[in-house]
Each structure stands twice: as structure tokens, then as C-alpha cells.
Design a protein around this ligand. Sequence first.
Ligand SMILES: Nc1ncnc2c1ncn2[C@@H]1O[C@H](COP(=O)(O)OP(=O)(O)O)[C@@H](O)[C@H]1O
Ligand SMILES: [Mg+2]
Length: 309
Amino acid sequence: MQPVIEVDGLCKDYRQRRRGRVRAVDGLELSVPAGGVFGFLGPNGSGKTTTIRCLLGLSSPSAGHCRLLGADAPSGLPGVIGRVGALVEMPGLNPGVSGRQTLAILATTAGIGRSTVEAVLERVGLAERGDDLVKGYSLGMRQRLGLAVALLKDPEVLILDEPANGLDPAGIREIRELIRRLGDEGRTVFLSSHLLGEVELICDRVAIVARGRTVTTGTIADVLAAARPTAMWVKVTDLDGAARALGAAGFEVLADGDHLQVVADPDRGEHVTRALVAAGHFPSELRPVESSLEDAFFALTDEPVEVGQ
Ligand SMILES: Nc1ncnc2c1ncn2[C@@H]1O[C@H](COP(=O)(O)OP(=O)(O)O)[C@@H](O)[C@H]1O
Ligand SMILES: [Mg+2]
């Protein structure tokens, strides 16, 4: 099946007054299959918004190609954009009308019925506050109204740029559950985030980007496998003695609290045990150092990322 989103060698240069030419996106590659939630993960400034803007025809690439539902961006977008809902940065909303009116106006313009307006208000959790003016909305409520706008046309693809920005923890949880449900309904949700926790919990697949390039992509399990544990935790009574014995047997050892960390593939656990027992140390624990998406991210990009919640 054809990917829903394809990005091939995308480059985007900006001219900045102080820094001169800045390469915001530098040969980025993406292939997003149909259905489910795809996380586009990278630290701030790694080129996520710029990529999404190119994909939606809001910005022109300096080099490379973007395709959305098989159509080239920007030339082919008019033929497919009706099947795509997007939320990029803060939605430009009229502060002087209510959330319900905002949606009603857009629905009328697009020939969409009033029942759909009520349904999307309900979905994003704004039904009760739907008659309040937008200027009285919190950042999170505006973000949810933006998502409601994106959902009005019942899109098969949703492109959401950092949808959890500005939301409080309860709001983040709600939006996360909503996104997961949208993915489970067979839609394709493409979600950018600089928060690992957000992506780890709801995405089927991820691409990790750093400095405008794709560092790795695949299922969460694939990405974790790429950063397979290469160390073991060992617990023994005499940490110093055991560390010396392992050192003498050729292992690199780090002390970490009441454990030792032995830098070796967990497949070599038997060798570690043998070296310890030969020197009279009997381990009470020996287990692989678990890797998280955070470890994988750090191992692959050498950049810290916020874990979020
Ligand atoms: N309109 C612009 N003009 C100049 N530089 C920009 C512009 N938009 C983004 N950049 C620069 O491009 C880089 C990537 O930005 P962006 O795509 O917003 O990253 P992200 O969304 O991952 O945080 C940053 O260095 C940013 O300063
Ligand atoms: Mg951004």
C-alpha cells in the first residue's frame, strides 16, 4: 500500500539576520504507512514544524520532495487536502466568537451539518464550554478547538504539530486518549513532539529526527532494538572486590549505587557469573540494563530530550 506521507531528501534553508543561512531541514526522509499513530519525534529546533509546513504547502522546500496521499506538495495538494486535517502551531482563531460559532461558520462554509459540529465539540471535550468566547479560552482549550476544526471534515489523515503544547497534565492525557482513538478508527495520525513520553505511550511507529535529519524510524520495538542494552546490572555483597575480579577478567565495570554495571552484551552473562564465582563472589542479581526510548534517543542523537509525562 502506498505510504500516506512520503518525504524524500527534504532540505529547507532559511536566511536569518544574525546567523546567515540556516539549514533547518537537511535531507530528511519519512515514510508513513496508512493507519495508526506515527510519532515525529525530535528536540526543539530539529526541523519538525518546517517539514510539516512543506508537507502542507505552507513553505517551499529548498530541495527534495514531499508527497501527501500520493500527491506532490505543493502542486498536487488541491486534489487531496480535503482528506487531510491539520493543526500547525497556534490556530488562528477569531477571539470574538464562541467555539461553537467558530465551528458552525466553518461547517456552513464547507457544507457540513450542525450535528457534526456538536459531535466534534464533544470529541475534543469542549461541549460544555462551547458557548464561551474564544478569548476566554485557555491555551489548551484553543488547541482543542484547533483540533475540532481539523476534525470537522472527518479527515482520513490528521497532521498535528505538537498538539499537547500549552495543555495541563489532565488536558495532555485527554488529548492523548483522543489521538489514540483516532488512530484506532483507521485514520492516520501524524504527530510531532519533542516529548518522548507523549510519543512512547500512543504511537505505533516513530521517526526520530535531529538537526533536520532522520536518525531512525520504525516501530517503537524496532527503535528500542537499535539501542539494545549493552550492559548488565550485577548485585554482590562486596562491590569493590567483585569490581576488581571482573576488571581482571577483562570487563569494564562501573559502580552505580549498590550495584555494579558491567559494560558487556547481556549474552555474556554466563562469563560474568563465572568470573565472579571464580573469585568467590556470588551474584544475587544479574540482569540487562533496560533501554527506554529515551536511551535510544540519546544513543542515536547525542542530544538530550525532554521525557515529559
Ligand atoms: N521562518 C523562519 N525563518 C528563519 N528560521 C527559521 C524559520 N522557521 C524555522 N527556522 C529555524 O529552523 C530550525 C528548525 O525549526 P523548526 O522547524 O521550527 O523546528 P522544530 O519544529 O523541530 O522545533 C530552527 O533553527 C529555527 O530557528
Ligand atoms: Mg515545532
